[in-house]
Design a protein around this ligand. Structure first.
Ligand SMILES: [Zn+2]
Length: 488
């Protein structure tokens, strides 16, 4: 996300956050928490750090123990979960999850200079609760540090800032996209997801869209981006009427007790109740829509997902797409625009080569079967043959030999053991073994002996028995044992 810092102005304009009620103000008493809706991260989304005061802290309930991976059979006890403090601050630059936007992460610096990781911030009722990791200190020491009235410094930190910029760009882009979808095509946003970086996010809409419609929506969104439309926030008390203001995608949560109604305004385009942190303008929020929709079944009606990218996530997507394409072009020894045609050509050549190899294998199998039959000169055929074969399905090839051999043997008595191992064997190599003949009882007898004497795992039915041997197959050793079993 290295290019993230380029996409936004350095400071939030002073008229970004507008309290539109004469009776509402931001609480200034450091012993109280500023409610979610009026937090510093919501008043000034580009603010990275803040000096503030602890209102309260307590030990969080123990998080559930992570489930041990199935493969972990060591019996060792799971690592202890890191204790977390729930800390309420007077104000914060860290956004608690909400409005579809995930929580920020960040850092707290206590008065003693110690830096504490904030793993997550959650909105509980109207409060932003900071979950602070307790490492290198005891819980008692941590509670003593985060005592009521203590001064702390709260900041996003580098990782938190990159994460926030990405979330902010994607969230504001979603408002722009949903507004254009609604106004141009009367398509309501049924839901949306700010997926984990760097996956494209999506809006869910009531029907699928054509590539032309998607291109038109993208053009229109980007016209607003080129204009650099301003974004601002309007805040007022949440009255009974405000509490009931909702559409499927724009509900104020039932458990919200912060008391403010917050509206995100894209100048001249959209007004949308939302608690998220939004970029102060659309400037540089170039929007890319994936040129198709994924259709979903939602109840009885079909709905569709339209995927989008903007800001740092769009740049990451372009960088990854370029890297993948350049790697494919280098492998195929062609320019990037030729990759699709070259891949199609390679796939076609491979399909034809596979067909030719299959035809040649059948021809070879017939030859090997006739060689076997000729080697006994018309008498009863008791033979063993070993092959070296790197094919993915060596057993199928042995089966083809057996089929021709059995057909051409006719009524001649025969018992044959075929084996096949890869050219470079290791103790983990697999040698496949096939027994076939005209006497079911004898075939089973030979199979059982292979199991007992060489540890070949397998089984059979009728005139065939097949199995696998794991390890290095030596003709002088394993081959000699098979000879003994056959009486050769
Ligand atoms: Zn929103």
């Amino acid at each position: 996300m290295a290019a993230a810092a380029l996409v936004l102005p350095p400071v939030t304009p002073p008229d970004y956050h507008r309290i539109v009620s004469s009776t509402l103000s931001v609480p200034s008493d450091p012993q109280t928490t500023i409610p979610v809706g009026l937090l510093a991260c919501q008043r000034d989304p580009l603010l990275r750090e803040l000096a503030t005061t602890v209102v309260s802290s307590r030990l969080a309930e123990a998080p559930p123990q992570p489930k041990r991976a199935k493969k972990d059979k060591s019996g060792a006890p799971p690592p202890p979960a890191t204790p977390l403090l729930e800390v309420l601050l007077h104000d914060t630059v860290l956004f608690p999850e909400g409005g579809g936007q995930p929580s920020d992460i960040g850092l707290l610096t206590s008065a003693d200079g110690h830096v504490w990781d904030v793993a997550e911030v959650k909105r509980i009722g109207g409060h932003a609760v900071h979950y602070v990791k307790v490492v290198e200190k005891t819980v008692e020491d941590a509670l003593a540090v985060f005592t009521t009235g203590a001064k702390v410094h709260v900041q996003l930190g580098d990782a938190g800032l990159q994460r926030r910029l990405d979330h902010m760009c994607m969230h504001t882009s979603q408002h722009l996209l949903s507004a254009v979808l609604e106004q141009r095509y009367q398509l309501d946003t049924l839901s949306w997801s700010l997926t984990a970086y760097p996956t494209p996010s999506y809006v869910e809409i009531p029907r699928a869209m054509t590539p032309d419609e998607i291109a038109a929506v993208q053009d229109e969104c980007n016209r607003y981006v080129f204009e650099g439309r301003r974004v601002h926030i309007e805040v007022q008390e949440l009255d009974a009427e405000g509490k009931n203001y909702r559409t499927p995608s724009k509900a104020i949560p039932d458990d919200y007790t912060g008391g403010v109604k917050r509206t995100v305004v894209i100048d001249g385009l959209d007004r949308n109740p939302c608690c998220g942190t939004h970029a102060p303008s659309l400037h540089n929020l170039q929007l890319f829509l994936l040129p198709h929709t994924d259709t979903l079944a939602r109840g009885s009606a079909a709905s569709a997902r339209l995927l989008f990218l903007a800001g740092p996530r769009l740049l990451a997507h372009l960088a990854a797409a370029h890297t993948h394409l350049a790697a494919a072009a280098a492998t195929l020894s062609c320019g990037a625009p030729q990759v699709p045609a070259r891949v199609a050509q390679v796939v076609d050549e491979r399909r034809r080569a596979a067909k030719r190899a299959e035809d040649l294998e059948l021809e070879l199998a017939a030859h090997l079967a006739r060689d076997l039959l000729a080697s006994a000169d018309g008498a009863a055929l008791v033979r063993r043959r070993h092959r070296t074969d790197d094919g993915a399905n060596a057993l199928a090839f042995l089966g083809a030999v057996a089929t021709v051999c059995a057909v051409e043997a006719g009524t001649r008595p025969h018992t044959v053991v075929l084996s096949s191992a890869p050219p470079a064997q290791t103790p983990a190599s697999t040698t496949v073994v096939l027994v076939f003949g005209d006497d079911e009882r004898r075939v089973k007898e030979v199979g059982d002996a292979l199991k007992a004497r060489l540890g070949v795992k397998g089984g059979g039915k009728g005139m065939r028995w097949s199995g696998k041997f794991t390890g290095v197959w030596k003709e002088a050793k394993e081959g000699a044992v098979v000879n003994e079993i056959l009486g050769l």
